[in-house]
Design a protein around this ligand. Structure first.
Ligand code: FAD
Length: 453
């Protein structure tokens, strides 16, 4: 019999419960990926992620070929394509990772109905995308945790499934048509410093991270210039690495850093369980605050382009444009600046991040934005991050700012965080804008708007 393994956010051979189950249930398996019209229509198919995805698909195909199989690639409506492959092969079951977004849920329902009509079962697998499945742990009176600390306590006590080996052989039915693999080099509009995708690259990064980075993680994660975080987020987003495997390996790591890193994986699970329980929070406020956000497209554009006049914010936004990735601490500063200092709608910032981030992810992006904007799960929703103090704290020598703002390279040390303090003639030498707004004015406006004045 034939089973279909429908790859979604699990583009890997190692530790993949979906592939594992498909291989166990059928003598032959169709490893299928559908470039889904629905994802394109929703605006998620942006150049950086499309290019990274091309790497992932090429690598998945290569890994399957080494095992005697291949990837079957289709484009169109995911349900129609899966049904057509099922009909062509007489498949009895389709295996799929459980998703958390409203879109993934709808896809699941549509698939279930359409396949049932054709006598084919849909089997949805948990703990593929996250370590702990959303809803596996809930507080007494709710369907999800709204606060991270108690969630994390439960999360730590939850058993984590074992890591699964990559299959040795994959037998794919013959004669199935497949689209040509997309080519990263043909994607226009990429960030020039975009990382390479694919499971092999993810595993290479993981190995070097466990050997070289993890020990210093707890101390250095927030240091902007040190760039001392794992950069595994795109691999987690596309599932070229398994969060479960990462969790086991970080826990088994003998040195320091493992616990701090595992805690970040729990943050990822936390946001996924919020989105799973409240899919509308992808765009609606988690805690409706009725903010009357300001509207100022010129300011929003200055933020996007890294021209706010606050060096650490501008450096962060230039890093995003250049790499399609931004340091985690910088994400917080940039998001706080847009939503609290400029008091512009967090959705404007979240959209821009999703347009560029190679790890751009509905759960992590929208709910981190909400967390920072104070419409989400932060228990201190009205704290505002001061870009000057934060810049000095997390980039004390100014090296991060100088890396991304070459126009300020002549400014030594932490003076680079406050170019406006230079005496007039010296200030005029730097082609860099004045601050969009004075911080005390912004703070007063924010307090007023939130009824804290
Ligand atoms: P590391 O510090 O090495 O952490 C390891 C992993 O833990 C990350 O890869 C990520 O999967 C997870 N993680 C770390 N911090 C968080 C967090 N705060 N929330 C959830 N998971 C976390 N992450 C995304 O993957 N996609 C996004 O679209 C995204 N948008 C964000 C938007 C804003 C405004 C903010 C403040 C954060 C956002 N994050 C997002 C979370 C976090 O900043 C990134 O996951 C992290 O910086 C990626 O770098 P890393 O892999 O080196 O992280």
């Amino acid at each position: 019999s034939v089973s279909i393994c429908l790859f979604t956010a699990d583009l890997r051979l190692h530790d993949n419960p979906v592939l594992h189950a498909a291989l166990r249930s059928g003598a032959q398996v169709v490893p299928l990926f559908v470039r889904d019209d629905g994802v394109r229509a929703a605006g998620f198919d942006v150049p950086n992620r499309r290019a990274f995805l091309a790497d992932c698909l090429a690598d998945l195909d290569a890994g399957l070929r080494e095992r005697g199989g291949r990837l079957v690639l289709r484009s169109g409506d995911v349900v129609a394509e899966v049904c057509s492959v099922a009909a062509a092969t007489g498949a009895r079951a389709v295996h799929l990772a459980a998703g958390v977004s409203a879109y993934a849920r709808r896809r699941e329902e549509r698939l279930r109905t359409a396949l049932a009509a054709a006598g084919c079962a849909l089997e949805v697998h948990d703990a593929v995308v996250t370590v702990v499945p959303p809803g596996a742990q809930v507080p007494q009176k709710s369907d999800h945790f709204a606060v991270f600390a108690p969630y994390f306590r439960r999360w730590q006590d939850t058993g984590v499934r074992e890591v699964l080996r990559a299959p040795r052989a994959v037998s794919v039915p013959e004669g199935l048509g497949s689209d040509a693999l997309p080519d990263r080099r043909k994607t226009a509009g990429l960030s020039p410093g975009l990382a390479t995708g694919g499971e092999r690259e993810g595993r290479r990064r993981l190995t070097s991270w466990l050997r070289g980075g993890l020990d210093a993680y707890e101390d250095d994660a927030s240091a902007l210039a040190g760039d001392a975080t794992s950069r595994l987020s795109p691999h987690l987003h596309f599932g070229t690495l398994s969060a479960t495997e990462l969790c086991h390996r970080a826990r088994a790591h003998p040195g320091p850093g493992g616990d701090a890193f595992v805690r970040q994986l729990a943050w990822r699970d936390f946001h996924h369980q919020v989105l799973a329980a409240r899919p509308r929070t992808a765009s609606a406020d988690y805690r409706p605050r009725h903010d009357r956000w300001r509207r100022d497209e010129k300011e929003a554009q200055a933020w996007r382009e890294g021209r706010t006049g606050y060096p650490v914010i501008d450096a962060a936004m230039r890093q995003l444009a250049h790499e399609g990735w931004m340091h985690g601490r910088a994400r917080m500063l940039a998001a706080s600046f847009l939503s609290k200092t400029l008091y512009l709608d967090w959705r404007i910032g979240a959209r821009h991040f999703l347009d560029l981030l190679v790890d751009g992810d509905v759960a992590n992006n929208q709910l981190n934005w909400q967390w920072v904007a104070g419409t989400g799960t932060d228990t201190r929703p009205n704290r505002v991050l001061n870009p000057v103090l934060q810049g000095k704290r997390h980039d004390p020598q100014g090296a991060y700012v100088r890396r991304w703002l070459p126009e300020l390279a002549g400014l030594g040390g932490s003076a680079v965080h406050e170019p406006w303090k230079l005496p007039g003639p010296e200030r005029a030498r730097y082609d860099y804008p004045d601050p969009l707004i004075e911080l005390p004015d912004a703070a007063a406006r924010f307090k007023q708007a939130r009824g804290l004045a």
